[in-house]
Design a protein around this ligand. Structure first.
Ligand code: IMP
Length: 432
C-alpha cells in the first residue's frame, strides 16, 4: 500500500517542502491534489532555493513523475512560468514527467480580479486571501460552470467557453463591484495562448495512478495549505476553498478509498497563520519577533506567495489533536525546533476554557466563531539556549528540547519521527 500523504497539521506554512524533499527520493510519483498557486513550497538544495507554487516540489528529484490531481485549480500563466523556471534550473519537465489531470479546473485572470474585488468589498470581514483567484475558481467549479483542464484539448470549443467566461465575469466586476469596464481582449488572448502550452501534459490520471499503485510504485502526496484551512474541517469561514485534509486525496487521484501507508502530519514547533481568522495562542511583542525572524532569511515567517508577515503564537495542542482526529496521522514531523532556542520558557496550549468549563478537544468542527469563544490555557516548559543546528540524533538535543518533543508526543499520542533543526537539507533528526 505505497501511498504516503504529507499534510500540514496547522494553518499552512509548516515546512512541508522539507519532508517532501526527504521522501521524494524514495518515491516514484509525487502528487499535488488540492489548491493552486496560493501554496508556496520552498525547498533548499545546497545553495539552490526552489520556490514552487503549483508543480509538486518532489519533481526536483530526477526519479519522480509529478502528478497534478483533479482537486487542484490551475492558473496557466503561473504554471507555464513555473515550468520554464524549472527547465532553466535544469529540472526535466516533459509530458512523461508531468501529468496534469483533465478534471482539474482552471483559474483565469478574471478569477483573480474577482477574488480581489470580493475581498475589498468585504472590508473588515476580509478572509485575507492570497488574491490568486482560488475562491472564485472553486465557486465556478461547484456551480458547474468552471473551465476544466481537459477542455483545452478542444481548442475551438475552449476558446468559445473562455470568451463567455471572460464576458460574464467582466460584466459582474462592473455591475456588482462598480469597477470601470475594461477591454479584456489582451488578457484573454494571453490566457488562451498559455493554456494551449499545457496541452502535452493533460492526462486522465486515475488509470495511470491506479496502475502505478498496482505495480507497487510509491506515491507521495504533497498536501497544500494545512488541516485548519480545510473547507469542511477548518476554521470556517477563514479557510481556503479546497480539501486540505487526507480525506480529499483518493478522490483527487481517482483511486477510490485507497488506504494510505503513512499520513505524516507536519507541525511547526510554534503556530503561524497568514490572513484573518481566530488564532487563540497569537502573540505580539518580543517573543513574536523572536519566532517570526527579521525577514532577511528565506525561512523567516513571511509568506512565500504574498510576502506578508505571518501571525505567530505558541503551539496549540488542542488544535493539533483536532488535526489528528480529522486526518489520522501515523507520525509527526516537527519543523523549526531550532527557532525556539534562546527562550527562557516555552508556553504550550494544552486546553481551552469556555464558559467556565475546561475543554481538551474541540466539541465543534473548526468553526471560527466557536473558536473565538475559547480561551487558551497554557503549560510552561523550560526553554534552552543551545543552537540546535549541529544536532543529528535525538540524544544530541538539550534535555529541555527533548522534553518539548516528548510532551507533544504525550499530548497527541502520535510518534514524532522527524525533527528539523535548521534550514539546510541535512539539519534533520530522524528517529526510529
Ligand atoms: P485563498 O486560498 O487564497 O482563498 O485564501 C484563504 C485563506 O487561506 C487565507 O487566510 C490565506 O492566507 C490562507 N492560505 C491559502 N494558501 C495558503 C498557504 O499556502 N499557506 C498558508 N495560508 C494559506
Amino acid at each position: 500500500m505505497p501511498l504516503d500523504i504529507v499534510i500540514g497539521a496547522q494553518w499552512g506554512d509548516e515546512g512541508k517542502g522539507r519532508v517532501v524533499d526527504l521522501l521524494a527520493d524514495m518515491s516514484d510519483l509525487v502528487a499535488r491534489v488540492n489548491g493552486g498557486d496560493n501554496a508556496g513550497h520552498t525547498v533548499t538544495v545546497g545553495k539552490k532555493i526552489y520556490k514552487l507554487h503549483l508543480i509538486p516540489s518532489g519533481i526536483i528529484h530526477a526519479n519522480t513523475i509529478g502528478v497534478m490531481g483533479s482537486g487542484m485549480v490551475l492558473n496557466p500563466l503561473t504554471l507555464v512560468d513555473e515550468i520554464e523556471m524549472l527547465r532553466k534550473a535544469e529540472v526535466e519537465i516533459s509530458p512523461e514527467r508531468l501529468w496534469i489531470s483533465d478534471a482539474a479546473h482552471l483559474i483565469t485572470p478574471l478569477h483573480r480580479l474577482m477574488d480581489q474585488a470580493k475581498e475589498s468589498a468585504l472590508g473588515k470581514a476580509q478572509i485575507g486571501t492570497t488574491g490568486r483567484g482560488i475562491g472564485p475558481a472553486y465557486t465556478d467549479k461547484a456551480a458547474r460552470r468552471g473551465l476544466r483542464v481537459g477542455e483545452i484539448l478542444d481548442s475551438a470549443g475552449f476558446d468559445e467557453r473562455a470568451r463567455e467566461h471572460f464576458q460574464e465575469l467582466g460584466r459582474q466586476l462592473v455591475e456588482w463591484y462598480g469597477q470601470p469596464a475594461k477591454n479584456l481582449d489582451d488578457l484573454m488572448e494571453n490566457f488562451l495562448e498559455k493554456a494551449q502550452e499545457l496541452r502535452p501534459f493533460i492526462r486522465r490520471i486515475g488509470p495511470l495512478v491506479r496502475s502505478s499503485l498496482n505495480e507497487n510504485k510509491v506515491i507521495l502526496v504533497e498536501g497544500a495549505q494545512g488541516a485548519l484551512l480545510d473547507i469542511d474541517q477548518g476554521t470556517y469561514p477563514y479557510v481556503t476553498s479546497s480539501f486540505t485534509t487526507a480525506g480529499g486525496v483518493p478522490n483527487a487521484l481517482g483511486v477510490g478509498l485507497y488506504p494510505a501507508r503513512k499520513i505524516i502530519g507536519v507541525v511547526k514547533a510554534f503556530q503561524t497563520r497568514v490572513g484573518a481568522g481566530t488564532f487563540p495562542t497569537e502573540l505580539d511583542g518580543d517573543i513574536a519577533g523572536h519566532l517570526r525572524g527579521t525577514g532577511k532569511n528565506p525561512w523567516d515567517e513571511f509568506g512565500t506567495t504574498t510576502g506578508r508577515p505571518r501571525r505567530v503564537g505558541w503551539l496549540d495542542l488542542v488544535l493539533l489533536r483536532y488535526a489528528h482526529e480529522v486526518n489520522g496521522f501515523t507520525e509527526l514531523f516537527i519543523t523549526k525546533l531550532d527557532v525556539l532556542s534562546g527562550l527562557d520558557e516555552i508556553q504550550v496550549c494544552t486546553r481551552y476554557q469556555r464558559n467556565g468549563l475546561e475543554l481538551d478537544s474541540l466539541d465543534f468542527s473548526g468553526d471560527a466563531r466557536s473558536l473565538a469563544t475559547c480561551e487558551p490555557r497554557y503549560e510552561s516548559l523550560p526553554g534552552w539556549k543551545e543552537d540546535l543546528r549541529g544536532c543529528r540524533a535525538f540524544e544530541d538535543l538539550p534535555e529541555a528540547a527533548r522534553n518539548y518533543i516528548r510532551f507533544i508526543e504525550d499530548q497527541t499520542q502520535v510518534q514524532v519521527k522527524y525533527v528539523s533543526v535548521g534550514p539546510e537539507r541535512t539539519d534533520l533528526i530522524m528517529r526510529e
